[in-house]
Ligand binder design. Structure first.
Ligand code: ADP
Ligand code: MG
Length: 468
């Protein structure tokens, strides 16, 4: 029997509902499809009976907004009958464990609590290599202008017998190598000082451990664990922002370690001064040691990283393709690696050699998102120019046929070329409802199947917006 959920009930749990929906999808579409397309998406919220789901993968977003949207909606409706639509949007490239302020210091739900542990230490990764990625070493880290300072600082902290900088604070944008450097430091210290106690964990895990300790009234052993280490590394510190009690605890741990001449290493996406919702005294302490930033990659660094990955993987890739990738995938190293993996996977699947053309084809979406940040306003402007109408008319409620068509096309392009959700697009089109946007997108999708002229118009318009 299908369990149904009332989305308006205060007991409603989005994740629980998603669990049932996913089970339904697996039944309907089979395990393989479910695994490939539905395992990397999660529900964010339900707004006016519209489920908003997030994924990190553009390809997944496209599939779940197009081909599988109907099935996805049907499976949702089986468990939450009031749902009328599902919108899949791209999330920022983050790994969020517990990231919302509301979660902080709330009790852990009962079914998430295992048997009370006598000690919480088994949850903490002391001297354990299992949480360190074996690929993230100094040997595998390519040094270039944007990261040479951070690299030198990391190396020096890991090699030095005396504490020179405390804390070492590494910061930079997503996918630029902060975690890689942190792990590299841990590996290096373990190598030369196997006796040293090192803890590496993300700020969310730190918070989670702390909440757990509070819940089990076991804060003494929590404190002991953290204060008895030689090196404490906290990754993605920004997630502690706004979590007052956890911050306070961290502050004391931090001071105890620094006073005891133990090394503290922290990474974050911003400099100490720019961190949001972190107390002033904490910020100032974070800046006491050495603050090193990692800048966005340059063409030369991307080329170097690609060459080293290609060597490590022992694969052949034409030089012009490597240069093409380094020139086109500029956002960060994680995406660059993803691009390389994708073209390798594609070429082994179709058994063809890799050329610039095939690369451009396979990575079309990635290249597009790297090339240009397209806004709803850009699309509206270009669409109006294309159809020879005024922006004010496009946004108005006038129902003239020519205007309606331009509006449908513009909304469709906003959905396919940007990461905006249906409600966000609706708001930018004179405050229209999300259902109007959904209707427009569907309409254009259907029309394109039978109207070759429209399809061509849209392709031309798309090309002009993308500038390619
Ligand atoms: P961050 O923690 O800053 O978000 P990561 O350390 O997770 O980024 O890096 C993302 C990916 O890019 C990892 O696979 C990492 O090995 C790789 N990477 C980043 N910078 C470099 C570099 N300079 N040399 C080699 N690989 C790198
Ligand atoms: Mg990281």
């Amino acid at each position: 029997m299908n369990k149904t959920f009332d989305v308006n009930s205060h007991e409603f749990s989005l994740n629980e509902a998603w669990g049932s929906v996913l089970f339904e999808i697996t039944k309907e579409l089979g395990e393989t499809v479910a695994k490939i397309w539905f395992s990397q998406v999660s529900p964010q919220k339900i707004e006016n009976n519209l489920v908003i789901m997030e994924t990190k993968q553009r390809l997944t977003r496209d599939r779940l907004s197009g081909q599988y949207n109907k099935e996805l909606l049907e499976c949702w409706r089986k468990h939450c009958p009031s749902i009328t639509a599902v919108d899949v949007v791209l999330s920022e490239d983050r790994e969020i464990f517990i990231a919302t302020n509301e979660v902080d210091e709330q009790p852990i739900p009962p079914n998430d609590v295992p048997e009370k542990r006598s000690k919480i230490e088994d949850e903490i990764f002391i001297e354990s290599s299992s949480h360190l990625d074996s690929r993230f070493t100094f040997n595998n880290f390519i040094v270039g202008k944007p990261n040479e300072f951070a690299h030198a600082a990391a190396l020096s902290v890991s090699e030095s017998e005396k504490i020179q900088f405390n804390p070492l604070f590494l910061y930079g944008g997503v996918g630029l190598g902060k975690t890689h450097l942190m792990h590299a430091i841990a590996w290096k210290i373990k190598e030369s000082h196997p006796e040293k106690k090192i803890i590496y964990l993300s700020a969310e895990k730190f918070m989670y451990q702390f909440i757990r300790a509070l819940r089990f009234k076991d804060t003494m052993s929590f404190k002991e664990q953290f204060r008895s280490v030689d090196v404490l590394m906290i990754d993605d510190f920004q997630f502690i922002g706004g979590k007052e009690t956890t911050q306070e605890e961290f502050f004391h741990t931090f001071n105890a370690l620094v006073d005891g001449n133990k090394q503290v290493i922290i990474s974050a996406d911003k400099s100490p001064a720019d961190l949001e919702n972190i107390g002033e005294r904490m910020k100032s302490r974070l800046g006491w040691g050495l603050v090193a930033d990692i800048h966005p990659t340059t063409y030369e660094l991307r080329l170097g990283i690609l060459q080293s990955k290609i060597e490590a993987l022992n694969i052949n890739l034409p030089k012009d393709v490597i240069e093409f990738l380094a020139a086109k995938i500029t956002s960060n190293v994680r995406e660059l690696e993803g691009a390389l993996n994708r073209i390798m996977a594609h070429s082994s699947l179709v058994g063809r050699t890799i050329t610039i053309d095939s690369t451009r084809d396979v990575l079309r979406d990635l290249i597009r998102s790297n090339e240009k940040y397209i806004t709803i306003e850009d699309i509206q402007k270009r669409t109006c120019e294309f159809f020879g109408i005024k922006i004010s008319d496009l946004l108005s409620s006038k129902r003239l046929k020519a205007l309606a068509k331009a509006r449908h096309v513009a909304m469709y392009l906003c959905k396919t070329l940007t990461t905006k959700s249906f409600p966000e697009i609706g708001r930018k089109f004179g405050g229209r409802d999300h259902s109007t946007v959904i209707f427009s997108v569907k309409k254009i999708q259907e029309l394109c199947l039978k109207d070759a002229d429209l399809l061509e118009d849209i392709e031309t318009l798309k090309a002009s917006i993308e500038g390619i």
